[in-house]
Design a protein around this ligand. Structure first.
Ligand SMILES: C[S@@+](CC[C@H](N)C(=O)[O-])C[C@H]1O[C@@H](n2cnc3c(N)ncnc32)[C@H](O)[C@@H]1O
Length: 259
């Protein structure tokens, strides 16, 4: 059985932070350590900590939700879910990969930007991914791109990894363009990114992309992604659809958005 960690969230009055500034304390033999939610490198190094904070305490449901809407979208077509070859962008320690594998996909290729994610995956979920790349998709060189493309993925997923300084839209498009035409896509984003009053570059870009001719949306669902540290629900949209064509490099320039 996995060791339970002693974790503590900050007191309510001091915890009125943006989602990407949230933190917790980890009590250890050497005293108390403050860890930000976005310090994934530190979190993954402690076995079971990511699962305990985000899944046990904060009740994250996103891997199962995004898998369910992907499955229901694929069912609307002649394709078989069990034959999907999936690129998991921002794979982390394999929570989404594990969910997909339980539903029976054919191939799983993981990508993350930090080596600690890969190390945690092979430590905690060995053999889950057929291949796992540590790459920054905004800087992917031609050779690596070809290597990843050789897996012939026809699906990409990205869960709890878009926005908030994590995966930028350019990296998302790079992965999108690697999968086959007519391939499947499924991901989640915070509901505020859909709000037209949110004019940050990321929000504008993701909205332009979702409602562009490059994607046919099959399923959008608003759901509770997880709880905040104050116990409030954080709502996200889960989106699944099909790729129509590669997104050209000049897409955002044409739309007049700084990317
Ligand atoms: C909240 S975790 C989600 C992990 C997993 N998808 C899940 O649902 O549990 C976000 C992950 O995105 C990764 N990430 C952040 N920026 C990235 C980038 N530019 N390219 C690839 N992965 C990135 C982080 O390292 C982290 O592992």
């Amino acid at each position: 059985m996995l060791k339970r960690h002693r974790i503590q969230f900050p007191k309510l009055e001091s915890s009125n932070l943006n989602q990407d500034e949230a933190y917790f304390f980890l009590q250890g033999s050497g005293g108390q350590r403050k860890i930000r939610f976005h310090d994934y490198d530190e979190i993954y190094q402690v076995q079971g900590l990511y699962e305990q904070v985000f899944y046990d305490r904060l009740k994250c449901t996103s891997p199962s939700k995004v898998t369910a809407i992907l499955e229901s979208s694929v069912k609307q077509s002649q394709d078989n879910f069990s034959e999907l070859r999936v690129l998991d962008l921002g794979a982390g320690n394999g929570m989404m990969g594990e969910e997909l594998k339980q539903h029976g996909v054919s191939r799983l290729i993981g990508v993350d930007i930090i080596p600690e994610a890969y190390e945690a995956t092979i430590r905690d979920r060995p053999g889950l991914y057929d291949a796992y790349y540590i790459e920054d998709f905004t800087q992917l060189d031609a050779e690596k791109k070809e290597d990843i493309a050789s897996w012939q993925c026809d699906c990409m997923v990205t869960v709890a990894a878009l926005g908030f300084g994590d995966i930028p839209t350019r990296a998302f498009i790079e992965a999108f363009n690697i999968i086959k035409e007519q391939g499947w896509i499924a991901f989640n984003i915070k509901e505020s990114f859909f709000d037209v009053s949110d004019e940050t570059g990321f929000s504008k870009m993701i909205r332009e992309l979702i409602f562009s001719k490059y994607i046919d949306v099959y399923h959008i669902e608003r759901y509770r992604h997880r709880l905040s540290i104050e116990g409030e629900p954080l709502y996200y949209f889960a989106i699944a659809g099909r790729k129509n064509a590669d997104v050209p490099k000049e897409f955002f320039e044409l739309k007049g958005i700084m990317a």
